[in-house]
Design a protein around this ligand. Structure first.
Ligand code: TPP
Ligand code: MG
Length: 655
């Protein structure tokens, strides 16, 4: 290991500790412990180009241990991204470019928002799937157009999370050889020793999942770390490099959990400086360090990027068709303009909205070659699958991702695919089990990613399977999550519109679409234009209405029948279909007032928790208890979702 490595690592350790102490907040433990890992990765391996932050074939670096943000910001600063020393000095402050945890879309060079442990590893699996698929599609002899690595830095906590087991198990099965996880193995976590909670043999566990495993005993030895990364690059399997480090290396309380997340007192920073014999002024990277990064990250990375551009140019001459398609993928230049052949439905016909969802998705997949995804072992129920067969080592061009019963990883992987660029990722499961993956939808929403989450079995009408399978509060959960568009379409027209809209380019939010298990009538009054406005009037009585019933999903047909019965009794009620509260809330006030007039008394009807509807309605007919196992034909009566019962409830509570 050369003296310049030592100088760089010392600088990262001291400046990192100083920045955190100055911020009075942050995590010095990982910065001091893992500095040699990221230094080695960046200066000897990672191919990134600060000239072209979004270079398509850059290596992806995923800081799954998001609490190590200070380390990442320093790396990006030294690697030529537009993060100044002033930005670093503003660490974790209001409005800074260097917030508490890495935020995608906020700080240049940050590949993904991390902080919730485990999400990073799982999304990295998605990045690796995307890289492998695109490589199989576009690479030609002598032209490795997509052949980057996905590197992860994770800690003990990341690996304790269930999502990591799900994701790593799938990555091993799929043989994602370009995925390299660098494990900052320091035997310490927030509350104390890892041994207080873990006894398993990580090496055997990881190997049994189909991974290559390499151990580096001395986490301060950059040469050893580098050799391990080299070996990982040549593996035919995903690789975990477990690197033994000492948390808070050089701090008086190194090796203890107290150094994990508390800024070091000034005296401790002084001791650190003394321990490392570091004499530069405060908050200063010496010129030698800057020069080293300039040559070994910036120039090296830019040169690799330039070569790639030349190679793509030659490819464009040799492989004209492929090049054109590559550009379409890279710039997401796909739009469904010609909708001929899209399944259509006669008014009065009946079909479950999950069947419609599956058919529309198949249609979209057959026309948009960049769409990839699948289900969590529920394809037969959700009807959601990708095209071109099952993706895997035997069929790297398959677009049907069989996630297995791994919902949480599935959703985070979908985020990783979407983040990668070039592909549109989707996934699917039973709506009630969206609980298992909610944190990943939240990540998509925070990152403004257009990931797609399709669910079936969206109400208690699931029936026989009972309360564990009958969603109640899940609709509320997604509607309450900022920046999530939840669509609950009523019939084939609404479902088709919602699906087509979800695949439009340019959305800066994830879309969740729910569908019904049971068949519903396809209505003459539903309209695609109304769907994308979030809510619209579907029924007006023959005389001016003074009431509105607002509803969505499969309850729309019921509410129409209720409105007709009310009309027969000289009570005049509009019916509003509201497939998306998110989109409706974004409409101009004038439109909102026209759909839900201020002088109307409003009743909302939905087979789910009542809570979200009070924003719009005076009275809500919903279900605020768990479901019960019984055939569907008993469900409607049990919960009062029949025409007569809703009619009576209207008369007794609204009129
Ligand atoms: C899902 C989740 N749970 C809890 C936390 C809070 N947290 C952040 S770091 C950490 C300890 C993780 O230990 P380790 O990965 O070993 O990090 P180290 O202390 O070695 O830096 C915890 C509990 C979190 N960020 N995400
Ligand atoms: Mg640890």
């Amino acid at each position: 290991m050369s003296s310049i490595d030592t100088e760089c690592v010392n600088a990262l350790r001291v400046v990192g500790a100083e920045l955190i102490t100055k911020a009075k907040s942050g995590h010095p433990g990982i910065v001091l412990g893992a500095a040699p890992i990221v230094h080695t990765l960046f200066t000897r391996h990672i191919n990134i180009s600060p000239n072209d932050e979004n270079w398509f074939n850059r290596d992806r670096f995923i800081l799954s241990a998001g609490h190590g943000s200070t380390l990442l910001y320093m790396m990006l600063h030294l690697s030529g991204y537009p993060i100044t020393m002033a930005d670093l000095l503003n660490l974790r402050q209001k409005g800074s470019l260097t917030p508490g945890h890495p935020e995608y879309g906020h700080t240049p060079g940050v590949e993904i928002t991390t902080g919730p442990l485990g999400q990073g590893i799982a999304s990295a699996v998605g990045e690796a799937i995307a890289g492998s698929y695109l490589g199989a599609k576009f690479n030609r002899p002598d032209y490795d157009i997509v052949d980057h690595y996905t590197y992860v830095l994770c800690g003990d906590g990341d690996l304790q999370e269930g999502i990591s087991q799900e994701a790593m198990s799938l990555a091993g099965h799929l043989g994602l050889s370009k995925l390299i996880v660098l494990y900052d193995s320091n035997d310490i976590q927030l509350d104390g020793e890892v041994a207080q909670t873990n006894t398993e043999n990580t090496e055997l566990k990881v190997k049994s999942m189909g991974w290559n495993y390499i151990r580096v005993i001395d986490g301060n030895n950059c040469d050893d770390i580098s050799k391990a990364i080299d070996a990982a690059k040549h593996s035919t399997k995903p690789t975990m490099v477990e690197i033994k480090t000492i948390i808070g290396y050089g701090a008086p309380n190194s090796g203890e959990s107290s150094v994990h997340g508390k800024p070091m007192p000034e005296e401790d920073v002084k001791s650190l400086r003394k321990f490392l014999a570091y004499n530069e002024p405060e908050y200063t990277f010496p010129d030698a360090v800057r020069n080293y990064y300039n040559n070994n990250v910036i120039k090296r990375g830019n040169a690799v990027c330039d070569n790639w551009n030349q190679s793509v140019h030659a490819y464009s001459v040799l492989y004209k068709e492929e090049y054109k398609e590559l550009c379409d993928f890279m710039y997401d230049d796909f739009e469904l303009t010609d909708l001929s052949g899209l399944p259509t439905y006669e008014a009065g016909s009946k079909e479950s909205t999950r069947k419609v969802m599956g058919k529309v998705l198949d249609y979209i997949s057959s026309r948009l070659p960049n769409v990839i995804g699948g289900s969590a072992d529920l394809t037969a129920s959700t009807m959601v699958k990708g095209a071109d067969g099952i993706y895997g080592q035997q069929n790297p061009l398959g677009r049907n991702l069989k996630f297995g019963v791994r919902e949480h990883a599935m959703a985070a992987i979908t985020n990783g695919i979407t983040l990668h660029g070039g592909l549109r990722g989707f996934c699917s499961g039973f709506f009630v089990f969206s609980d298992y993956l909610k944190p990943a939808v939240r990540q998509a929403a925070i990152m403004h990613l257009p990931s797609l989450f399709f669910f079936s079995h969206d109400t208690v009408c699931v029936g026989e399977d009972g309360p564990t399978h009958q969603p109640i509060e899940q609709l509320t959960m997604f509607r309450a999550t900022p920046n999530v568009n939840l669509y609950r379409p009523a019939d084939a027209t609404e479902m088709t519109a919602a699906m087509l809209d979800s695949f439009k380019t340019g959305h800066d939010y994830p879309t969740v679409i729910t569908s019904s298990r049971q068949a519903v009538e396809n209505l003459a009054c539903t309209k695609a234009e109304g769907v994308v406005k979030g809510a619209y009037i579907v029924f007006e009585p023959k005389k001016k209405a003074t009431y509105t019933i607002v509803t969505c999903g499969t309850e729309l047909q019921l509410c129409l029948a209720v409105a007709k019965k009310l009309e027969e009794n000289d009570i005049y009620v509009n019916v509003v279909s509201m497939p998306s509260m998110f989109l409706f809330d974004r409409q101009p006030q004038e439109y909102k007032d026209s759909v839900l007039p201020k002088n109307h008394k409003i009743m909302a009807v939905e087979m789910g928790a009542t809570m979200p509807w009070y924003k719009y309605a005076d009275y809500v007919k919903g279900i605020d208890e768990f479901g019960k196992s019984m055939p569907i034909n008993f469900i409607f009566d049990e919960y009062g979702f029949t025409v007569d019962k809703i009619y009576d409830e209207f008369i007794n509570n609204v009129k």
